[in-house]
Design a protein around this ligand. Structure first.
Ligand code: NDP
Length: 324
C-alpha cells in the first residue's frame, strides 16, 4: 500500500505520521497520480497546527507536487495516462500516490523536471500573482520583500529584479542576507537587529517604498506600514511569525492613506484560465533562465517532521522538497 504523511490531531511536527493509506480510484473529474517530488511550504505548518483547519481529520498534508498521471476518472479530457503534471493548493500532497482534481493540474513543459516543478508550483505561482497581479511591479520601482532568503523570497527577488525593480529584502542572518544578494536583492536589512523602516527610509532617501510584500506577519506588520510611501500598499500574504493582531484601520490615515490587502493564491487561481495564465508566465521566466528555482534541501517523505522543525526553526533557505 502507498505511504503518506497524515495528521490525526493538530499539533507540532511530532503529529506527522508516515503510514499506509488507501488511495482508491479517481472519481469523476479526478485523476490518480504517482508522485515524484513534493513541495514543502510554510502553509503546511498552518494546516498541521490547525491555524488553517483541514476539511476533516485525519488528512494528508501538503499543497504542492509533481508526478505522472496513472489513471483517469470519468470526464477528464485535458489529460492522459503518462502525462507529467504539477499542482498547487489541493491538500493531500505528502504522499507516494494520490487522487487529485484534474482542474488543478497543469502539464509540465519538457524543460521542467519533477524536482523543479515541486519546488516552484506554489512558491512561483505565488510570486507571479504578488508581483504581477496584486501590485504590478514596474521598472524603476523600489520594493521591500520580507524573508528574502526563503522559498518564496528567493524566487521573488530574482523575478522582481527581472522586472526592473530595485529590491530591498530582509533576512534573519548574515548568511541569508548574502544569499538574498546573490539572487537579486540590491539591499538586505537584517531585521532581527536593524530598524526596518529607518533603513528603508535611508535607502530610499526618505521616500519610502510603494509596496511591501510581507509573509512574516505579526513581527513585521508595523515596520512594514512605516516603510511605505504615501498611498503605498502593504501586501500581507503570510504569517511565519504568527497572525497579525487586530488593528485600528484609522492608523492607515496618518501614515499616508495606505492600503492593506491580504491575498491568497487560492483566490487568484479560482478560474482555470487564470491558473493557466499564471503557470504559463512562471514556466516562461523559469524556461528562459531569468528565474532559477533554488532547491536547497531534499529529504525523504518519511523525514517530513524533521523538515518541519527546520522550516519553523528558520534553518532553511530556498525551497525544500520531499521524495516519496
Ligand atoms: P519560507 O521559506 O520563507 O520560511 C519562512 C521564513 O520566514 C523563515 O525562513 C524566516 O526567514 C522567516 N521568519 C521570520 N520570522 C519567523 C518566525 N518567527 N518563525 C519562523 N520563520 C520566521 O516559507 P515559504 O516560502 O514557504 O512561505 C513564505 C511565506 O509566504 C509564508 O508566510 C507563507 O505562508 C506565505 N505564502 C502565502 C501564500 C498566499 O497565497 N497567501 C502562498 C504561499 C506562501 P528569516 O530567518 O530570514 O527571517
Amino acid at each position: 500500500m502507498p505511504k503518506a504523511i497524515r495528521v490525526h490531531a493538530y499539533g507540532g511536527p511530532e503529529v506527522l505520521r508516515h503510514e499506509d493509506v488507501e488511495v482508491g480510484k479517481p472519481g469523476p473529474g479526478q485523476v490518480r497520480l504517482r508522485q515524484h517530488a513534493l513541495g514543502v511550504n510554510y502553509i503546511d505548518t498552518y494546516f498541521r497546527t490547525g491555524m488553517y483547519p483541514a476539511p476533516s481529520l485525519p488528512f494528508v498534508l501538503g499543497n504542492e507536487g509533481a508526478g505522472e498521471v496513472v489513471e483517469l476518472g470519468e470526464g477528464v479530457t485535458h489529460l492522459k495516462v503518462g502525462d507529467r503534471v504539477g499542482y498547487v493548493i489541493t491538500l493531500g500532497g505528502y504522499a507516494e500516490e494520490r487522487i487529485a482534481d484534474a482542474k488543478f493540474l497543469v502539464k509540465l513543459p519538457g524543460g521542467i523536471d519533477y524536482d523543479t516543478a515541486a519546488a516552484m508550483m506554489l512558491k512561483g505561482m505565488t510570486v507571479q500573482y504578488l508581483l504581477r497581479r496584486t501590485f504590478a511591479v514596474k521598472p524603476g520601482d523600489t520594493i521591500l520583500f520580507h524573508a528574502a532568503a526563503g522559498g518564496v523570497g528567493l524566487i521573488a527577488c530574482q523575478w522582481a529584479k527581472h522586472l526592473g525593480a530595485t529590491v530591498i529584502g530582509t533576512a534573519g542572518s548574515k548568511d541569508k542576507a548574502e544569499l538574498a544578494k546573490q539572487h537579486g536583492c540590491d539591499h538586505v536589512i537584517l531585521y532581527r537587529d536593524e530598524d526596518v523602516a529607518k533603513r528603508v527610509k535611508e535607502i530610499t532617501k526618505g521616500a519610502g517604498v510603494p509596496v511591501v510584500y510581507d509573509g512574516v506577519g505579526k513581527s513585521t506588520f508595523m515596520s512594514s506600514l512605516d516603510s511605505l510611501a504615501p498611498f503605498g500598499v502593504l501586501v500581507s500574504f503570510g504569517a511565519a511569525s504568527g497572525a497579525i493582531e487586530a488593528f485600528n484601520i484609522g492608523i492607515l490615515a496618518p501614515k499616508g492613506s495606505l492600503y492593506v490587502t491580504r491575498p491568497t493564491l487560492n483566490t487568484h487561481i479560482s478560474r482555470r484560465e487564470t491558473l493557466e495564465e499564471i503557470a504559463k508566465d512562471l514556466f516562461q521566466v523559469v524556461g528562459s533562465g531569468a528565474v532559477k528555482i533554488p532547491i536547497h534541501s531534499r529529504a525523504k517523505l518519511a523525514e517530513a517532521a524533521e523538515v518541519h522543525r527546520a522550516l519553523e526553526g528558520r534553518k532553511t533557505t530556498g525551497a525544500t522538497i520531499l521524495h516519496p
